[in-house]
Design a protein around this ligand. Structure first.
Ligand code: NAP
Length: 312
């Protein structure tokens, strides 16, 4: 496997998933050679510059993983459980799989490992807390998702019941805004918000994502960068512009007394995050850093969750 003149050989774990499929499209458009690694990497499609390599990272040994990383210059992990539905959003096996990936990356001597984790590990400004541990986070997160029809549709497509509940919550909030709410709407909002405050269904998984950062921080025994997509990460247009922030969650607007995160979270489309990652592959600036990228999300037209080789 060799790359074209200026291109690199990039391994993408999870090439047909949400972030992974957008990343493969961006890489191939920009002349890189992609090796897609997952259980069904052929679901990304067929095109020049793309080679599927079947691999179950949960079952493979560290040696098998290292062997599968052969002839790869840069490895990007876009591994995630979402394609298996809402019940797969668990603390385990994510933490264990990430630990194994790192050991295999070291064994294979990968030149640059780009790990895509979650927003939950980003620190809240003026605190020592990560988003996943901040008392205002989950409610602010769901409220802002519910503001966007495109985001709610993305959640329905990907996570079934979590998305359907979010749609009902959005509808009830819209009814209040239009002055046409019923007692059912008020009850819906109250019940939904109580359940989020008590235990958001994605909380264990989001906490797993923030725990994996500890495998990387301060560890210079391999070459890594840790990307946390900004919280309102969703499908959307490719603007080609983004802003990088190190360690902290970028917040917009002014904080209120009651809730410091309400209405202040930012996001990025999967297409723009892919641009940021490929820029980092082509011109590494963020070695041994934990960073996020945020961008304009004002376009609220629903875009597909997953793209394929037909979208190149
Ligand atoms: N706002 C946020 O912070 C945010 C939001 C979304 C995602 N993320 C993060 O982004 C990263 C990628 O998530 P994603 O949602 O883009 O991906 P995803 O759609 O959940 O899944 C990516 C791929 O992982 C592969 N996969 C799952 N189990 C595997 C296994 N045992 N062996 C090999 N491949 C396996 C699947 O491919 P196969 O079925 O072909 O195996 C799947 O297509 C995750 O760390 C996630 O937490 C962050």
């Amino acid at each position: 496997m060799s790359a074209s003149e200026n291109g690199q050989v990039v391994g993408v774990i999870g090439p047909a998933g949400f972030g992974g499929s957008h990343l493969c499209v961006e890489l191939i458009r920009r002349g890189h050679t992609v090796i897609g690694l997952s259980r069904n990497p052929e679901s990304f499609g067929t095109c020049p510059g793309y080679t599927p390599r079947r691999l179950d990272i949960a079952l493979a040994s560290i040696k098998d993983l290292a062997r599968a990383f052969d002839h790869i210059d840069v490895l990007v992990s876009q591994y995630g459980p979402h394609t298996q539905g809402a019940d797969a959003l668990q603390y385990m096996p994510y933490v264990e799989v990430v630990r194994k990936l790192i050991l295999a990356v070291k064994l294979a001597n990968i030149k640059y490992f780009i790990f895509v984790g979650g927003a939950g590990s980003l620190l809240v400004p003026e605190t020592h807390e990560s988003l996943a541990d901040h008392p205002d986070f989950f409610l602010s997160y769901r409220r802002q998702m519910a503001e966007s029809n495109a985001h709610v549709q993305h959640m329905e497509e990907r996570l079934g019941p979590i998305g359907y509940d979010l749609r009902l919550y959005r509808n009830a909030r819209l009814a209040i805004k239009s002055g046409k709410s019923t007692t059912m709407d008020l009850h819906m909002i109250q019940t939904y918000e109580e359940s989020i405050r008590e235990n958001d269904q994605a909380s264990d998984y989001i906490k797993a994502g923030r725990a994996t950062l500890l495998f990387f921080e301060g560890n210079t025994s391999f070459r890594w960068t840790f990307v946390s997509p900004s919280p309102l990460y969703r499908p959307g247009p490719r603007t080609g512009s983004y802003e990088i922030t190190i360690d902290y969650v970028p917040l917009k607007g002014v904080r209120s007394k009651e809730n410091m995160l309400d209405g202040r979270l930012t996001g990025i489309s999967a297409a723009d995050l892919a641009v940021a990652i490929v820029d980092e592959i082509e011109s590494p600036q963020l070695l041994h850093k934990h960073w996020t990228a945020s961008a304009d999300l004002s376009n609220d037209i629903a875009h597909p969750c997953y793209v394929t080789s037909d979208d190149i």
